[in-house]
Design a protein around this ligand. Structure first.
Ligand SMILES: [Zn+2]
Length: 333
């Protein structure tokens, strides 16, 4: 079930046969299951280009539709939120993945007021708090400076977003990393749009081999991490393994070091976002378990929040009722 603008049903980052238009917030695979070459799609140009590179699908791109506006989400390059005014006259925002901390390689988030907020629930946990991004960046750069003389540093990272952030962090410390082909394909789109990433592509003759001539910083996608580490380690030279992910704040990873570099919002950022948006009602979006957990956590803080799966037919009616009611902001009932 999507949202209606001008009698057109818009699916939100999911596959929905009944929708007229797909909205694709960004090109991460868990948001592009509904992408097809035939259905009209609302997304940023960058997202269209990344979908073409990553999935090989040229989407029928709609630059805009009447009654809708795309807002930066701050998550990865080209990531957008959907703002719309429904047929019922209420405004809504669907956040997609977002973060409030500024990334080195993504546009800063834009927050606007809306009656209904459909908010991502990737990290629904009340007690999870991400470190300040600048502190994480400094820690990574310090680690590179400390270890590069002693061995090769191999990062495992998501190919879209996190890898480019790591490249930029390395660049700013004076390093040019060697990166996998899959990451390079994404880098090219980033650089077309002015990211200015400096890197050596695996396909340009420099390979991840068992006989590296010198130490270097390598970045590969997660599913090549173990294999690449095994290959590099054959040389007998030291390899330091590292990951950079928000999940480093929750789990112990099987690497030499883990950095809590996230491109999502933690609970504190979520409530900051909600307070600025000031919706009358909040629907939590994502997998069922996270929807429920996040709605409960927000409710316990006094917000009028519900899992999106409970909203089937009630979004319009509830929002309109709330819009008509006296001073019933979702924020602090
Ligand atoms: Zn994402």
């Amino acid at each position: 079930m999507g949202m209606f603008i001008g009698s057109r049903n818009i699916s939100l980052d999911v596959k929905d046969k009944s929708s007229d238009i797909n909205f694709v917030s960004h090109a991460h695979s868990d948001h592009t299951s509904g992408v097809s070459a035939t259905k009209e799609t609302l997304s940023s140009d960058v997202t269209s280009e990344l979908v073409a590179v990553r999935k090989g699908i040229k989407i029928k791109s709609l630059r805009s539709i009447e009654g809708a506006r795309l807002l930066n989400a701050g998550h990865v390059l080209g990531s957008k939120q959907l703002y719309g005014v429904s047929d019922g006259g209420y405004s809504f925002v669907y956040s997609g993945d977002y973060q409030l901390q500024e990334s080195l390689v993504a546009e800063r988030i834009e927050i606007t007021n809306a009656d209904v907020l459909i908010i991502d629930s990737t990290y629904p946990y009340k007690d999870l708090e991400f470190e300040d991004k600048n502190d994480v960046i400094t820690a990574i750069q310090h680690y590179l400076d400390m270890k590069i003389m002693k061995g090769t540093i191999l990062f495992g990272a998501y190919a879209l977003g996190k890898a480019q952030e790591l490249i930029k962090i390395a660049n700013e410390a004076g390093y040019t990393p060697l990166v996998s082909r899959k990451i390079c394909a994404v880098n090219e789109v980033y650089n077309i749009h002015g990211a200015g990433l400096k890197y050596i592509s695996e396909s340009e003759g420099a390979e991840f081999t068992s006989e590296p001539s010198d130490t270097f910083i390598g970045i590969v996608e997660m599913n090549r991490f173990a294999e690449t580490n095994a290959l590099l380690s054959k040389s007998g030279k030291k390899v330091f393994t590292a990951v950079a992910t928000g999940f480093a704040n929750m789990f112990h990873m099987n690497t030499d070091v883990q950095f809590g570099l996230s491109d999502h919002a933690d609970f504190g950022q979520a409530t900051e976002y909600i307070d600025q948006c000031s919706p009358k009602v909040i629907y939590t979006y994502g997998n069922r378990r996270n929807q429920k957990e996040f709605a409960e956590a927000l409710s316990s803080e006094g917000y009028n929040a519900h899992p999106y799966y409970e909203s089937d037919y009630s979004i319009a009616t509830e929002a309109n009722a709330l819009a008509a009611g006296p001073n019933m902001n979702a924020h602090k009932r």
